[in-house]
Design a protein. Sequence first.
Length: 138
Amino acid sequence: MNLSEQEKALIQAAIEVSKNAYIPYSHYPVGAALQTSTGEVFTGTNTENAAYPLTICAERAAVFSAVSAGHQNFARLAVVSKDGGSPCGSCRQVLAEFGVELVVLICDLSGEIKHKTTVKDLLPFAFGPANLEHSSKI
Ligand code: THU
């Protein structure tokens, strides 16, 4: 698949951050690199916990890092793992909050691309902010 230099750099950033994964239980490192529409890159990796459900995925770590720095408009996300696994359902929902047009590059740890897709394709018929636009307190 033909990738732009920007996409290759984003995948490389995801590979780099995956080396920081805290994964004593799964031994499954994941790295995510999220590029804003103005070009900044925010990364995240999975951080596990002895209380298993408290684990945070790489993708959500990247989103929360970007939002904490004041960014809410995103262009593309690279996510890397051993086998090029897809973002989990919870991460798809969190990504959808900020726009279903986001391009998602799913790769393995060598940088080989498995899928180039969008949040819209990963989470069709997403529930999102628009569903709550006309809701009011009763
Ligand atoms: N994981 C992610 O970081 N992202 C996903 O979308 C799927 C799963 C992590 C969570 C856990 O640390 C490990 O992969 C195995 O589930």
